[in-house]
Structure formats: structure tokens, C-alpha cells
Design a protein around this ligand. Structure first.
Ligand code: IMP
Length: 185
């Protein structure tokens, strides 16, 4: 089967690119536009993505923005996930939750597609909990402290599991279904 149209993933994150490459295999010829772009401070990931889509030059590309939403912290770090990771990191999150029984958290992913000048968003979520301590060395970011619902190991301990159930997988599968349904690819 030929995959005629090339679709670029604009991201500076090599982990995100390789996750996406595997998920979209057979659907699109994926190219890595290894670039970073300005992310506005907004209240939702959708707003961040919409704004970025209008600013990034070119066509036939997608971007993805993710965040970790912790129930006991009223959704924090959420849209601040990147800044919080850089400043207090996983150890800081574990400290904020020390003594907290409610460890529920979700990862959310918003994929923003710009195709033939049109924009479309796809969202994905994985529910889970914050681990008692950081574990595992695979993946990136908050992977060592996130355990998906129904499992006992963190994303960083079990990258194959992450590939199957992650927020990004779920959002990208919607993108993939859209591309197939609209016969773009
Ligand atoms: P962004 O989507 O690159 O803006 O990510 C926001 C923050 O969440 C960054 O600190 C990332 O490292 C982290 N993050 C994004 N996606 C994931 C993931 O799949 N696993 C763990 N951390 C993630």
C-alpha cells in the first residue's frame, strides 16, 4: 500500500516522535520537524494547541501537547506541567503528595492537526495514579511516577504498556481514524 501524503510532526521531543511513528505506521509517512514553538499560557491544553497551530508556519503537520492532572491538587500541574517538571520535577510532585491518600491522576494529550489549511483537534486520556516513589528508567518526564489504572508498574518501568494505553496513543488513534475516514491517506 502506498502512503502518498507526507505528514510532519512538529516537536522537539524525540520520545514523542518515536511513540507517534509507531502508532501511525501504515497510515501516514511521518516526518520529524524537529522544532520548538511558543506555547501561550492558557487555561486548557486545547487553547494552547489552537494558538500554536495558528502560529506555526506551513501545512500538513500536527503538534501535540500533554499534561499531568492530579486530582488531590485540583488538576495541578495541568497546563503548567512543563514548567513544574523543569522546576520541582518528579521528586517535587511526590513531596506535594506526601501523606496524601488520594493519588489519582490523569495524563491528557491534545493533538492539533493542520491539513490542507484546516485545523482539527483530537484528545486522549489515560487515568491512573501517582506512584509512592519514582521507578523505572524508560520514557521521559513524569513517566517514572505514573501508574496506569489496572496496573502496578510505572510507564517508565513498562514502555510497552505505555505504548498500548497512553494518552498520546489514544489521541493519535483518533487522528489516524480521521485520516483514514477522510481518505487523506
Ligand atoms: P509538553 O506536552 O511537551 O508540553 O509536556 C508537558 C510536560 O509533561 C513536560 O514536562 C513533559 O515532560 C511531560 N510529559 C508530556 N508527555 C508525557 C508523557 O507521555 N509521559 C510523561 N511525561 C510527559
Amino acid at each position: 500500500m502506498s502512503l502518498p501524503v507526507e505528514l510532519a510532526f512538529v516537536t522537539s521531543n524525540e520520545h514523542k516522535f518515536s511513540e507517534a511513528e509507531e502508532i501511525l505506521k501504515g497510515v501516514a509517512r511521518l516526518r520529524w520537524r524537529q522544532e520548538s514553538y511558543r506555547e501561550v499560557q492558557a487555561e486548557t491544553l486545547e487553547e494552547v494547541v489552537r494558538e500554536a497551530l495558528t502560529e506555526i508556519p506551513g501545512d500538513n503537520f500536527f503538534i501535540e501537547d500533554a499534561g499531568l492532572f492530579i486530582t488531590a491538587l485540583n488538576g495541578f500541574p495541568g497546563v503548567y506541567s512543563s514548567y513544574v517538571f523543569k522546576t520541582i520535577g518528579n521528586e517535587g510532585i511526590l513531596r506535594l503528595l506526601s501523606g496524601e491518600k488520594n493519588r489519582k491522576a490523569s495524563f491528557l494529550s491534545v493533538v492539533g492537526l493542520k491539513l490542507k489549511g484546516e485545523m482539527k483537534l483530537f484528545t486522549g486520556e489515560v487515568r491512573g495514579r501517582i506512584a509512592p516513589e519514582a521507578k523505572g528508567s524508560e520514557g521521559f518526564g513524569y513517566d517514572p511516577i505514573f501508574i496506569p489504572e489496572g496496573y502496578d508498574r510505572t510507564f517508565a518501568e513498562n514502555p510497552q504498556l505505555k505504548q498500548r494505553v497512553s494518552h498520546r496513543r489514544r489521541a493519535l488513534e483518533k487522528l489516524s481514524a480521521y485520516l483514514k475516514a477522510t481518505h487523506h491517506f
